[in-house]
Write a protein that binds this ligand. Sequence first.
Ligand code: TMP
Length: 209
Amino acid sequence: MARGLFISFEGSEGCGKSTQIQRLAARLTGLGKSVLLTREPGGTEIGEHLRELLQHSKAGHAMCAETELLLFTASRAQLVREKIAPALAAGAVVLADRFLDSTTVYQGAARRLDPARVEAINCFAVGECVPARTFILDLDPAAARARLAARAGAPDRMESQSTAFFDAVRAGYLALARSGDARFHLLDAARPADEIADAIWHATAPLLT
Ligand code: TMP
């Protein structure tokens, strides 16, 4: 059984996940906790190759939705066994920048692959490794696009999807947040970063042993 604490962060591109993960990690390390940060796709040597194919390489542009689903979940399967499960077994706090809910939302809700199959493949990939708490940072897609446009660099394959795709991503996350599963904690990502960080801390502190 895992001894550590597993927390994931979800939301559209530009929602501020990375900032909040850094802030929570700083608070936790300040308390002497051992913290592992992960990001998806990637986080292992195999996963970083898959990230390149999924987001950056020209070869990825011909990818069908089914392949995309399998590659994202393949990256996660490797990350779980190589990094996350061992860290939890050692008692660390794992902060994941995206996990299985990204697949439910992007490949299920937005790409419209069959939700039951997406769930089955998700479950196969992660086994029993499911977050204790998942923070969903909700942001209007137009605001998210404006934040992305302000960043340096060209958009990658996933960031170049249509407005309808990102509307579906947002709706997919809101549906999860309203599913009744107590794992989900919805946050308004348009609020000041300090306020969001405090809300995340208040929801995390009681989970620490
Ligand atoms: P990011 O880490 O910069 O947010 O990029 C990851 C991109 O990949 C983002 O567009 C969301 C997408 N994605 C999926 O479509 N499905 C997944 O399962 C994961 C982990 C990410």
